[in-house]
Write a protein that binds this ligand. Structure first.
Ligand SMILES: NC(=O)c1ccc[n+]([C@@H]2O[C@H](COP(=O)([O-])OP(=O)(O)OC[C@H]3O[C@@H](n4cnc5c(N)ncnc54)[C@H](O)[C@@H]3O)[C@@H](O)[C@H]2O)c1
Length: 246
């Protein structure tokens, strides 16, 4: 991809699944990556252009610690922010207590707004600034039994559109990748064996299979490259055609 060597990126959720695949792809493209996760980023030893930092994004001290690491590892600059950290919450609305609701919104949405707001001054200084949110097909689709997750992911798409409008004049593009059913840490157990969940999503995808994190990472690499410069304010499905099926 053009224009990625020596760009500086912050990627959250980098220990696992989609965030890990994106962060590794960025490293392969020559991007310097600050890889953030509450869990250890075990793959980080394989690259020289990554620093992993173990942080809980819902903790109030995290934004300051991210800035400290940007200063020491990325020479104070940030061109790319990928907000991939997230949790799923599968429970009927009436059984979703305040704690589950708040926890889901805290990581999937509030932490995204806080980190994005923290990094905006640096992004404004970049000549190729990119923000990628990881939304979901649930940013526009609302299956029963996961209201907290659906609300959080609708909010992420709304934020994407609002920030694209507000910061386009600063040269920042903001887009939301909307994965379909991807085999990752939050879904692997549900997809094990021939579970009805697995069959449902395999059949729903026009491509006829579940997605893998490496099916998502190339879109992120394209969006942050020089060639993604005029794409902003959109949610883009990576779902094997699932959302076209009734
Ligand atoms: N897997 C799918 O089918 C699918 C579909 C649509 C959207 N998504 C979204 O993709 C994103 C990545 O999830 P994934 O599927 O790769 O799952 P994953 O569990 O493999 O990765 C999520 C990562 O986020 C980290 N994380 C969670 N809470 C955190 C916190 N408070 N602080 C720091 N790190 C935290 C986890 O430790 C984990 O490494 C999520 O936003 C998820 O909602 C996933």
């Amino acid at each position: 991809m053009k224009g990625l060597i020596n760009r500086n990126a912050v990627v959250t959720g980098a220990a696992s699944g989609i965030g890990a695949a994106i962060a590794k792809r960025f490293c392969d493209e020559g991007v310097n990556v600050l890889a953030i996760d509450r869990n250890a980023v075990s793959w980080a030893d394989s690259y020289e252009n990554v620093r992993s930092v173990q942080l809980d994004l819902t903790n109030g001290s995290t934004p300051g610690l991210v800035l400290e690491n940007i200063n020491s590892f990325l020479k104070g600059s940030c061109d790319i922010l990928v907000n991939a950290a997230g949790v799923s919450a599968m429970a009927p609305f009436e059984e979703t207590n305040a704690e589950v609701w708040d926890t889901t919104l805290a990581i999937n949405f509030e932490a995204v707004t806080v980190l994005t707001r923290t990094l905006l001054p640096l992004l404004k200084k970049s000549d190729q600034a990119r923000v990628i949110m990881i939304g979901s097909i649930c940013s526009e689709f609302a299956p029963a039994g996961m209201s907290a997750y659906v609300v959080s992911k609708h909010a992420v798409l709304g934020l994407t559109r609002a920030l694209a409008s507000e910061f386009g004049g600063d040269g920042i593009t903001v887009n939301c990748i909307q994965p379909g059913a991807i085999v990752t840490g939050i879904t692997a157990a549900g997809f094990e064996g021939n579970s009805p969940f697995r069959e449902h999503w395999e059949n729903k995808a026009a491509i006829g299979r579940l997605g893998q994190p490496d099916d998502v990472a190339p879109l992120a690499a394209f969006l942050v490259s020089e060639e993604g410069r005029f794409i902003s304010g959109h949610g883009i499905y990576v779902d094997g055609g699932a959302m076209q099926q009734g």
